[in-house]
Design a binder for this molecule. Structure first.
Ligand SMILES: Nc1ncnc2c1ncn2[C@@H]1O[C@H](COP(=O)(O)OP(=O)(O)OP(=O)(O)O)[C@@H](O)[C@H]1O
Length: 354
C-alpha cells in the first residue's frame, strides 16, 4: 500500500460544502459542511450507511444533483475552477466524462440496449479522443482487451443482453475510460454482482487505476468491499465525514464509535461468534437542525457534550482524523468493544509483520 504521508498533490479540493434539497416547502440538508482533499493518483473509499450523503457528495462534483438540490455554501476546486459556480450544461460538459468519469451499480441503466457495445464505446472514443473511424475502432478493441474481454472483434458486434452482469460492468468501465477521465467515481460498482465476480471487478479497477494513472473514488455502504482497493477511507454519517484515514488506520485503529459499529458488522468479526456492538436506532432527520454529534443518540459511548456541540476533527496521525469528543484530552478514556480490540491488535500485528 502506498504511504500517503509523502507529499501528494491535490487533484480536487472540497471546502465547507453544504448541499440542500427543497422538498414540498421544506429544506433537507444532505451535506453538512464537508471539507475533503482528493490526492492525485489515490484511491479513496467513501463509506457510510444508506442516506449518509455519499452519492449526493459525488454527484455535486459532476453537476448531477437533482433539480431540487443546490449548493448552499462552499467550494469545489478542480483545475483552478470552482465547480460550485458552474451552472450550465455547457460548463459541466467540460468536466463530466472527460475529467471525472463514473461507474454505477447497475450497468444496464448506463448501456443502450439497442446498440452494440462496440459502437457505444467507439462513440465515446470518437467524441473524447478525436480519433477517425479506423483508429477509433482499434482503440475500442484495445479498451475491450484492457477491461478483460476476450475475442474482442466478435464481442464488439454484440448487444448488452448478450453479456453477463460482470461483463456488462467491464463494458461500462471501458466506456468511462474511453473518455480519458482523470478521476473515476465508482458508485457501488459491485453491489449487483456475486462475490467472485465482485472480487474480479475490484481487482480490475485496481489494475486500471495504475495503468491509466487514475484517481479513484469508491462509494459503498460495505467497508469489506474496499479493504483491498482503497488507500484511504472516509466514513460518512448524516451528511458529514466523521473519520478519515489510511485504510489500515480505519480498520485497525478507528476512533469514532460509528466506525467501530461499521467494522463490527464485518463478517470476519461475526464469524468469531462473539457478541458485537451493533447500531441501534435510526439516523437523524435531515430536515431538522442537528445539534452536536449527529451519532450521539445512537452512541452508547456518547458524552454530554456530544448532544450540545459538533466535535471538531481531532488529529490521530498525519493522515488520520476523527470527529469525536472521545479524543478530547479531557474526555474519559474509552476503549473500543472487546471483540474489536482483538481484531485491531491482530490487524496491527499482521501489518507490522507484512
Ligand atoms: N432529490 C432529492 N430530494 C430530497 N432529498 C434527497 C434528494 N436526493 C437525495 N436526497 C437525500 O439526501 C440524503 C443523502 O442521500 P444520498 O443518496 O447521497 O445517500 P447515500 O449515502 O448515497 O445512500 P445510498 O447508499 O442509499 O445511495 C438522503 O437523506 C436522501 O434522502
Amino acid at each position: 500500500m502506498r504511504i500517503l504521508t509523502q507529499a501528494l498533490s491535490h487533484i480536487l479540493t472540497i471546502q465547507n460544502l453544504v448541499i440542500k434539497f427543497s422538498l414540498r416547502g421544506r429544506v433537507l440538508t444532505a451535506i453538512r459542511n464537508i471539507s475533503l482533499d482528493l490526492y492525485k493518483g489515490e484511491s479513496l473509499a467513501i463509506v457510510g450507511e444508506s442516506g449518509s450523503g455519499k452519492s449526493v457528495l459525488m454527484k455535486s462534483i459532476m453537476g448531477l444533483l437533482d433539480k431540487n438540490g443546490y449548493i448552499d455554501q462552499g467550494q469545489i476546486m478542480y483545475n483552478n475552477w470552482d465547480l460550485t459556480q458552474f451552472n450550465t450544461e455547457r460548463d459541466w460538459l467540460a468536466i463530466r466524462g472527460k475529467e471525472v468519469g463514473m461507474v454505477t451499480q447497475d450497468p444496464m441503466t448506463s448501456l443502450n440496449p439497442l446498440k452494440t457495445i462496440g459502437k457505444q464505446i467507439e462513440e465515446c472514443v470518437i467524441l473524447h479522443q478525436s480519433l477517425k473511424s479506423k483508429a477509433a475502432y482499434i482503440e475500442t478493441l484495445k479498451l475491450l482487451k484492457d477491461v478483460g474481454i476476450h475475442d474482442v472483434e466478435k464481442r464488439f458486434r454484440q448487444y448488452p443482453h448478450e453479456f453477463s452482469g460482470g461483463m456488462r460492468q467491464r463494458i461500462v468501465i471501458a466506456i468511462a475510460l474511453a473518455c480519458k477521465p482523470k478521476i473515476l467515481i465508482c458508485d457501488e460498482p459491485t453491489t449487483a454482482l456475486d462475490v467472485t465476480i465482485q472480487a474480479q471487478i475490484l481487482q480490475l479497477l485496481k489494475h486500471l487505476q495504475q495503468k491509466y494513472e487514475l484517481t479513484t473514488v469508491y462509494i459503498t455502504h460495505d467497508l469489506g468491499v474496499v479493504a483491498k482497493v482503497a488507500d484511504r477511507i472516509a466514513v460518512m454519517y448524516a451528511g458529514d465525514i466523521i473519520e478519515i484515514g489510511e485504510t489500515h488506520e480505519i480498520f485497525f485503529n478507528a476512533k469514532h464509535p460509528y466506525t467501530w459499529a461499521l467494522i463490527s458488522s464485518l463478517p470476519q468479526l461475526g464469524s468469531k461468534g462473539e457478541q458485537l456492538y451493533s447500531i441501534k436506532g435510526t439516523p437523524p432527520n435531515l430536515f431538522q437542525d442537528i445539534k452536536g454529534d449527529a451519532f450521539a443518540p445512537r452512541n452508547p459511548y456518547a458524552l454530554k457534550i456530544d448532544f450540545v456541540e459538533r466535535p471538531p476533527f481531532f488529529q490521530v496521525s498525519d493522515t488520520h482524523y476523527a470527529r469525536t469528543w472521545l479524543l478530547d484530552p479531557l474526555a474519559p478514556k474509552v476503549q473500543p468493544p472487546e471483540a474489536l480490540q482483538s481484531f485491531f491488535e491482530e490487524g496491527r500485528r499482521y501489518a507490522h509483520g507484512s
